[in-house]
Design a protein around this ligand. Structure first.
Ligand SMILES: C[S@@+](CC[C@H](N)C(=O)[O-])C[C@H]1O[C@@H](n2cnc3c(N)ncnc32)[C@H](O)[C@@H]1O
Length: 130
C-alpha cells in the first residue's frame, strides 16, 4: 500500500497496524511531517513502514496493489497526469478521500457518515499503454 502524501502519518500508521504483514509506504515532501513520522515509525517499531521524503509525482513508485491519497484538486490533476503517463500503477486500485480524479469515472463512491458526508472515491487503474 502506498500513501501518496502521507503527511503526519495518521492514515499510514493506522494501515500499518491493521495490516502488520503488508508493506506500507509513504511519500511526503514536507520536512516537518516527514521527520515526525520517521520518529514515530522508529519509536513504535513499525517494521512494515517505509516513508520517503520524495515527490510521488516524479519518484519511481514500487508496484503496489493499493494507492491511497487525500490531496487537493490541483494535486489530483497532477496525480492523474502522472498515472496516465506511465504504466507503473497498472492493475492497482486508487482510493482518494474527498477529491476525485478530474477525468476518471470512479468504480465506486462511498460517503462517510461524518459532518461533511465526505466522499471516498475508488478507482481501478488501467494500463495507459493499451
Ligand atoms: C492532506 S495531507 C494528507 C495526509 C495523510 N495522507 C492523511 O490522510 O492523514 C496531504 C499531504 O500530501 C503531501 N503532498 C502533496 N503533494 C505531494 C507530492 N507531490 N509528493 C509528496 N507529498 C505530497 C503534503 O505535503 C501533505 O502533507
Amino acid at each position: 500500500m502506498i500513501d501518496l502524501g502521507s503527511g503526519w502519518g495518521g492514515l499510514l500508521f493506522a494501515l500499518a497496524r491493521k495490516y502488520p504483514d503488508r508493506p506500507v509506504i509513504g511519500y511526503e515532501l514536507s520536512w516537518l511531517p516527514w521527520i515526525y513520522s520517521q520518529a514515530y515509525r522508529v519509536i513504535f517499531r513499525l517494521k512494515n513502514v517505509c516513508i520517503y521524503r520524495k515527490d510521488f509525482l516524479t519518484a519511481q513508485l514500487p508496484q503496489a496493489a493499493l494507492l491511497i491519497c487525500y490531496l487537493h484538486p490541483k494535486g489530483m490533476q497532477a496525480l492523474q497526469k502522472r498515472l496516465s503517463s506511465d504504466g507503473q500503477a497498472q492493475n492497482s486500485m486508487l482510493i482518494s478521500s474527498t477529491f476525485a480524479l478530474p477525468d476518471h469515472q470512479p468504480a465506486e463512491t462511498l460517503r462517510l457518515d461524518d459532518l461533511y458526508n465526505t466522499p471516498i472515491y475508488l478507482y481501478r487503474l488501467f494500463n495507459p499503454k493499451r
